[in-house]
Write a protein that binds this ligand. Structure first.
Ligand SMILES: Nc1ncnc2c1ncn2[C@@H]1O[C@H](COP(=O)(O)OP(=O)(O)OP(=O)(O)O)[C@@H](O)[C@H]1O
Length: 708
């Protein structure tokens, strides 16, 4: 495949996606009033400044608290602003503000990242820009004596970094100098070099409990010269395998020790690895401290720049800045005014410059001296790693990453990275893409991808075939009956249930659960066929009166099915299953909202979530609401086999699927074959047909309300 042509096509696809993302967010923020934005989780209103501090990178941390003139208990109302969100802090416009006034307010606002969210306050790390003194801008907003609000912004930075990376790849493709052996293999210009010969005795295992397929995957990844793929179906211990690989690579048992960069598409995917690496291993987690798990912070660059020897001189400057900021923030009689105030801000700017110079030196020393560096794919493009050389890049959850993102760590240093190990499962959901492009049907080995949904993992598999991958085959999550069909359908029947999970049921949980028909069944399908549980009529987006209506109309719901789901949850809880061990999943956001309202009222601890958001997680009992039930037999979202696969492989001991078999099995596909498979008595899945549902689950279904 032509490298430049690939990069140019990616640039066009990224531009489309950026546009779709920004247009969606901008149309919401410009059209909806503040209260509606709060309801959509896009803003937080009625805040007042509560102080400023200096955080990592000399950033100003601005604390904003709920205005007690509006909320007497000082608690923030329910809101959707989360740690890590990119936001703008502005003076809150009045309801009667003109368009011009709103625009002036926007211009005077400051942008930043939500650092922490507490019950009563939100702390925002204000971005530094070289052209404007942000501290002074913050000062202006805070001293305006008006209420403030924060509005979420679309994350353009991520797109910009992918664009820069693809532009570099394009230049690499057109350059006369040769690209690196890894790049040549990744584009099929050459075949992978034959792996090193590693014998059984060459490796001393750190984790002796690894199963055969995990050990083989580690051996293969160590022996590969350019690229190795680790295919980990659900629950097969991908991360566990990568942990062993990391330890092997940094320890000189299987060759000279390597310097490695470990990445994942999300902060949580990286933090999960950090948390499981031995505390004795010197590692550095790069990333905005506001986005890291609290337990990871002590291994972050932020903390190490403070606690290491090199960090102490940096801390001195930070203290000086904080003392000055406190004086400048004083109010009342102590307030510094006039020239002294201007001089104070100039001094802050100078100190911040000094702080950054010292900090950069300290960061370079820390990163240079660390054998394992961990960051998100996006974070690898930050200045801390600029020009840094690594022997191996490891990418976890690679099937959820855009290929352009994967290239960020791969193009870090001149000459490139020699070796890449990626772990993922192309049978689960790809990264979310908002722009409408040609849907991925199959990945052609030599054709430039036509959608961002084509991941590096799938492309490499199509390009080089199974030779470059090893599959993990023992899974540690699902009862064998829950596992059996996905294994047959999507993993060539290769999956094996580990003995400790093969027969586990809700009744064998480490706390008492009564034996009922629901709790003793590992697999249950509640069939609503017959037209008694129709999906709710859709609102046509074209005729919806507001943006909000148009957005919610894109999602489907099914009120009666929601009730059935709630009743099944009740049956499980009544039998003794703990609420925190139950999840309700559905592909449609509108159904999530409906079920959440029904279930959470009584059972706060039951998680109700969309299938897409639950990827990578598990629960003891999972109830799935398929929603679709219509005369046209339309199945929409359910057509994507990867979505259904993710949904049905989240459950450990009990999986209950609720849906209309007439609709969901109307098309050839996973669900039709699953139902046929379930219907075969020898497979011992239970298909419960309404109105027989009542008998099977002890009569509880009698209370299902029919009609509206
Ligand atoms: N060899 C093993 N022996 C016993 N338990 C194991 C083994 N390997 C993994 N596990 C357990 O299986 C579970 C899943 O492991 P891990 O989180 O590494 O899987 P994963 O493939 O990354 O998960 P996911 O499917 O969610 O992406 C964990 O609880 C882990 O401790």
């Amino acid at each position: 495949m032509d490298i430049a042509a690939f990069a140019i096509s990616q640039l066009a696809l990224i531009a489309l996606e950026k546009n779709a993302d920004i247009v969606q967010q901008a149309s919401l923020t410009s059209q909806l009033p503040p209260a509606a934005l709060v309801r959509h989780g896009l803003a937080l209103t009625n805040l007042v400044p509560a102080g400023q501090r200096t955080g990592f990178g000399g950033r100003t941390l601005l604390d904003l608290e709920a205005d007690t003139a509006i909320v007497a208990d000082g608690k923030l109302p329910p809101h959707g602003v989360r740690q890590g969100d990119i936001v703008r802090v502005e003076v809150q416009p009045s309801g009667s503000a003109t368009r011009k006034e709103k625009s002036d307010i926007k211009d005077a606002g400051v942008e930043g990242v939500v650092h922490r969210v507490f019950e009563t306050k939100v702390s925002v790390a204000i971005n530094l820009s070289s052209s404007d003194d942000d501290s002074a801008a913050v000062d202006r907003i805070c001293t305006a004596g008006k209420r403030l609000w924060i509005v979420k912004l679309a994350n353009e930075v991520t797109f910009n970094r992918m664009e820069q990376t693809m532009a570099r790849l394009r230049d690499l493709g057109t350059a006369t100098s040769p690209s690196s052996p890894l790049v040549d293999v990744l584009f099929g210009k050459t075949d992978p070099t034959a792996p090193l010969e590693l014998k059984e005795g060459d490796i001393t295992w750190f984790d002796t409990g690894l199963n055969g397929s995990q050990k083989e995957a580690v051996r293969f990844a160590l022996a590969s010269r350019e690229v190795a793929l680790i295919h980990g179906p659900p629950g097969t211990g991908k991360t566990q395998t990568l942990l062993e690989l990391i330890l092997q690579l940094v320890t000189p048992t299987a060759g000279p020790p390597k310097k490695i960069l470990v990445c994942g598409p999300s902060n949580i995917s990286v933090d999960n690895i950090v948390l499981r690496l031995p505390s004795s291993l010197p590692i550095i987690r790069i990333g905005h401290p506001s986005r890291l798990l609290p337990r990871v912070l002590e291994r972050s660059l932020d903390a190490l720049t403070r606690t290491s020897e090199q960090g102490e001189i940096v801390t001195d400057v930070r203290r000086e800045m904080d003392a000055l900021l406190t004086r400048l923030n004083a109010s009342g009689k102590a307030r510094i005014k006039g020239k002294a105030r201007r001089d104070g801000w100039t001094q802050i700017r100078d100190l911040r410059g000094e702080y950054r110079r010292r900090e950069q030196k300290c960061v370079a020393e820390l990163v240079g001296g660390s054998k394992v560096v961990l960051s998100t794919l996006h974070g690898a493009g930050g200045r801390q790693l600029h020009g840094e050389k690594f022997d191996v890049v490891i990418i976890d959850e690679a099937s959820q990453a855009l290929e352009a993102q994967c290239w960020i760590p791969l193009l870090l240093a001149r000459g490139g990275i020699p070796k890449l190990v990626i772990a993922g499962d192309p049978m689960q959901l790809p990264p979310t893409v908002k722009s409408v492009t040609t849907p991925q049907t199959s990945v052609a080995p030599t054709k430039t991808p036509e959608t961002l949904e084509t991941t590096l993992f799938s492309r490499l598999l199509a390009l080089h075939g199974g030779e470059i991958k090893r599959v993990l085959t023992t899974q540690y999550r699902m009862h064998e009956r829950i596992m059996a069909f996905p294994s047959l359908e999507l993993y060539d029947s290769a999956l094996i249930a580990a003995p400790e999970v093969a027969g586990h049921l809700l009744t064998t949980l480490p706390y008492p659960v009564a034996e009922t028909e629901a709790t003793t069944a590992p697999l249950l399908f509640i069939d609503t066929q017959g037209g008694e549980f129709p999906e709710d009529p859709a609102t046509d987006p074209a005729t919806a009166k507001s943006t909000r209506l148009a957005l919610s109309s894109e999602s489907k719901s099914n009120r009666l099915e929601a009730r059935l789901v709630a009743l099944h949850v009740e049956a499980l809880v009544d039998a003794g299953v703990k609420e925190c061990d139950i999840a309700v999943l559905t592909p449609y956001n509108a159904q999530v909202a409906l079920i959440a309202a029904l279930v959470r009222e009584r059972y706060h601890g039951v998680e109700v979530n969309s299938v897409d958001s639950f990827q990578g997680r598990e629960k003891e009992a999972v109830v799935i609401s398929l929603v679709r039930s219509n005369e046209k037999r339309e199945t929409g979202f359910l057509k994507d086999v990867r979505r259904i696969n993710v949904a049905v492989t989240r459950a450990r001991r009990h999986l209950c699927v609720v849906g209309d078999s007439d609709t969901v099995a109307s098309e050839k596909g996973f669900l039709r074959r699953w139902l046929e498979w379930l219907g075969d008595e020898t497979k011992s899945g239970a298909v419960v047909r309404y109105p027989d549902v009542g008998e099977v689950l002890g009569g509880w279904v009698d209370s299902v309300e029919i009609g509206r």
